[in-house]
Design a binder for this molecule. Structure first.
Ligand SMILES: [Zn+2]
Length: 333
């Protein structure tokens, strides 16, 4: 049998071509595997993640966890349209009590974490670092539209699990998420470590909704005594989950493996259609003017209490920028 060299799927919109070998960092790639009714996104982060995490002096475990939250945010938030905003936030009782990632469409990312250094131990999993609490996702599409908030409990699991739970309970879309974050040593710069991250989100979206019924959903308000029968996953979704489970962390963050090559490696037998990458950058939205207006919104007494050594100093929690005001500038009489 003559084996043909496999190609990216032929579609009317996207002509067949070989997957690009050029790795693109700081971007989200949307893709589609039509034969299996799968859609997904793949994120690769390099310099943008490094910039966000290096603005803070986080212990490596905290940086890695915040990196996971940033990747998850790009996978979920890159579908936000217009001037919208997607905010992912965890509040938990573990050593890392707060993670907040703010994605402002089309491309701006900022993030920070709060943690208790005395409770950090070697080898803690993401779930152990977070502890119990909740994960909130807020979509804000601008002043004239209502905000949407989705909530999911964190119960000792990590962010991947929380994302699965959210899509199962709230959206009822079969979903798998993989997140990976690591530090890479590059020569020639005094052996400085650079953060890298990658992630993939895969969803099963068949035209016939009954195919997306999931095995582990509760039977709901079925009358008592009704036999609960488990629904086997659709064959296409079984295949999709099995393919994504083969992705290794090193592949997700490999600086020399392009996102297109990785998708091709996973889905070439079924044909994968890849859309144009959406780039991302690290940029905070704070400014001296915004901080000044915020100060002026405080009660006079609160402003007066902020004066230390004859000045008011405000540090942005997202990017660590420091803004200094004289008492007069800060509106202190
Ligand atoms: Zn800032």
């Amino acid at each position: 049998m003559v084996s043909q060299s496999p190609d990216i799927k032929i579609t009317p919109e996207a002509p067949v071509r070989a997957p690009s070998a050029v790795p693109v960092d700081d971007a989200v790639l949307a893709f589609e595997v039509g034969a299996l009714d799968l859609r997904g996104r793949l994120t690769r982060l390099g310099p943008a993640l490094d910039e966000i995490l290096h603005k803070h002096d986080y212990p490596p475990a905290v940086g890695k966890l915040l990196g996971e939250a940033i990747v998850l945010t790009t996978l979920l938030g890159s579908s936000v349209k217009f001037e919208g905003r997607f905010i992912l936030q965890t509040r938990t009782e573990g050593p890392v009590s707060l993670l907040i990632v703010d994605f402002q469409a089309p491309d701006r990312l900022r993030a920070y974490a709060r943690y208790d250094a005395s409770r950090l131990k070697n080898g803690q999993s993401s779930g152990e670092l977070l502890g119990k609490g909740h994960l909130a996702m807020t979509i804000d599409q601008g002043s004239n539209t209502s905000r949407y908030q989705g909530l999911v409990a964190l119960d000792g699991g990590g962010l991947e699990e929380a994302a699965h739970e959210y899509f199962l309970r709230s959206e009822q879309i079969p979903t798998r998420v993989r997140l990976a974050v690591g530090e890479e040593m590059r020569g020639g710069e005094g052996g400085k470590l650079h953060w890298r991250a990658g992630g993939i989100l895969l969803q099963f979206l068949p035209k016939a909704p009954e195919r997306a019924k999931q095995a582990d959903l509760h039977p709901g308000d079925a009358p008592e005594g009704t036999a609960t029968h488990s629904v086997p996953d659709d064959d296409a979704w079984v295949e999709g989950q099995s393919l994504i489970s083969t992705v290794e962390d090193v592949e997700l963050i490999d600086p020399d493996l392009s996102g297109e090559r990785l998708l091709y490696r996973l889905f070439h037998e079924r044909g994968v259609r890849v859309f144009n990458p959406q780039t991302l950058r690290a940029q905070c939205s704070c400014s001296r003017d915004a901080v000044s207006s915020m100060l002026k919104s405080f009660a006079p007494n609160d402003r007066a209490e902020m004066v230390k050594d004859g000045k008011v100093v405000v540090t942005c929690e997202f990017c660590s920028s420091v803004y200094e005001f004289t008492p007069q500038e800060a509106g202190v009489e």
